[in-house]
Design a protein around this ligand. Structure first.
Ligand code: NAP
Length: 445
């Protein structure tokens, strides 16, 4: 494989798809050596087949708002690869959504799902619809219109979407209701379902919890743990909430959360009822964290700033892609931060990642750290197939075990001769090998 040639060809074919090209380059750079020492991969053109999605569905989503106006959004489903199982990956509803972002997320999802050891292929979907500021009835009408197209390409053995930014339990409920009406079937076609109708315990917490279990494993390699550590978190959504909850439970002090308006610094730590307040903030239908500083006056609000300027031992991006750049990385390094783990997808820019690795810091990428979310979705699918519900402890134990084994895979494929673990390399190689071998077994299709 010639990485530069593949990237030049892809840039020509998909100009301007920056996030997608960034995600592909990161994987190719990591797997180049392994790929080139296994000529059967090149013969079967595994990479050329892996970087293009199997198919992309694009559709219009017309819906009527509460004032009677007709609105039109764009809907997408990118079915990337199903070599090891049915397509699986979340739906994102956010005004920034475009094909490049969904292709990057779908591509990453292939390797993440492979790392979980569960039989799931990679996909992603969503819309440029913004649920913020919309009434429940508007969100319902949008979701129903979205599903009127999506249902044609999904199914419990074909493609099983879940939530992501802007898609939580409420949206999954409306989407599921419409799917059920269209197909007359009550099946596990979506994950993140309500507990009374097929959902799994621990799914809402799973991405954040899994991320913290992974961080625990990273710290263990240095004989350390979370007790007494100061943690900076970005975002204030589902993933940030789960991460703050578990980090606090394990003895760390979380001092920041953030939104598009700026960040909150709480010197007393975000714990107890403050964590419950995060849920209130998130469901308040606004996109700001500032109200936290009115509710808890000891906390300071820093308008238009990112949390990476706060002094911390551990930094956890939990909001969106490329939310921590080279300048932020410099600040963190200067302030003595020891560990950065992306719980958001591709939370750090390539410059930031390069700096962390150059400084031999503990750094791990989203596809490993946040895999607990999709892993628990996989466990929800298993429970749906068995038609029973596991108790919370069983789900949490399985999640913990999966995160530990993903960490082991990263060590196996990412440790260099000096003992430093490059988690980016480790995660990409481990995720890739399983998918590539499955593709070899199944022929050119
Ligand atoms: P969420 O509940 O909707 O929260 C997302 C957070 O990020 C919110 O605080 C949001 O603020 C902020 N945000 C979104 N887009 C932004 C942008 N362009 N600029 C600045 N802030 C932005 O979503 P989530 O489920 O927590 O997802 C967070 C991250 O984790 C994403 O990268 C997602 O792909 C990843 N992830 C999620 C799961 C899961 O199970 N949910 C699993 C694996 C990975 P506003 O709401 O105000 O925009």
């Amino acid at each position: 494989m010639n990485v530069e040639k593949i990237m030049t060809d892809l840039e020509k074919k998909h100009p301007g798809e920056l996030e997608y090209l960034q995600a592909v380059r990161e994987v190719l750079d990591s797997i180049e050596e392994v790929y080139n020492s296994n000529p059967q991969f090149e013969t079967a053109k595994i990479i050329e087949r892996l970087v293009e999605p199997d198919r992309i569905l694009t559709f219009k989503v017309p819906w009527v708002d509460d004032s009677g106006n007709v609105n039109v959004n764009i809907g997408y489903r990118v079915q990337f690869n199903q070599a090891i199982g049915p397509y699986k990956g979340g739906l994102r509803f956010h005004p920034s959504v475009n094909l490049s972002i969904l292709k990057f997320l779908g591509f990453e999802q292939i390797f993440k799902n492979s790392l979980t050891s569960l039989p799931m292929g990679g996909a992603k979907g969503g819309s440029d619809f913004n649920p913020k500021g919309k009434s429940n009835a508007e969100v319902m009408r949008f979701c129903q219109s979205f599903m009127l197209e999506l249902w044609k390409v999904i199914g419990p053995e074909t493609d099983v979407p879940a939530g992501d930014i802007g898609v939580g339990g409420r949206e999954i409920g409306f989407l599921y209701g419409m799917y059920k009406k269209l197909t007359h079937e009550h099946v596990g076609v979506l994950t993140g379902k309500g507990l009374n109708w097929g959902g799994s315990l621990v799914r809402p917490e799973a991405t954040g919890f899994g991320g913290i279990y992974f961080v625990q494993e990273m710290l263990k390699t240095k004989g350390d743990d979370l007790k007494g550590k100061t943690v900076a978190v970005s975002g204030f959504g589902n993933v940030a909430w789960g991460a703050v909850l578990k980090a606090t439970e394990l003895g760390a002090k979380v001092v920041t959360i953030s939104g598009p308006d700026g960040y909150i610094y709480d010197p007393d730590g975000i714990s107890g009822n403050k964590i419950d307040y995060m849920l209130e903030l998130r469901s308040s239908n606004q996109d700001i964290v500032k109200p936290y500083s009115y509710e808890f006056p000891n906390a300071q609000f820093h308008q238009g700033k990112r949390p990476w300027e706060a002094k911390c031992d551990i930094a956890l991006p939990c909001a969106t892609q490329n939310e921590l750049n080279g300048d932020d990385a410099k600040l963190l390094i200067k302030n003595g931060t020891k560990l950065v783990a992306e719980i958001s997808n591709m939370g750090c820019t390539p410059e930031a990642v390069e700096m962390f690795i150059e400084h031999k810091m503990l750094f791990a990428p989203g596809k490993a750290v946040n895999a607990g979310g999709v892993a628990t979705s996989g466990l929800e699918m298993t429970q749906n197939s068995m038609k029973l519900n596991w108790p919370a402890k069983e789900v949490d134990d399985r999640l913990h075990h999966i995160m530990t084994s993903i960490h082991e895979s990263c060590i196996k494929h990412g440790k260099d001769s000096s003992g430093y673990v490059n988690y980016v390399k480790g995660a990409n190689i481990a995720g890739f090998i399983k998918v590539a071998n499955a593709m070899l077994d199944q022929g050119v299709i």
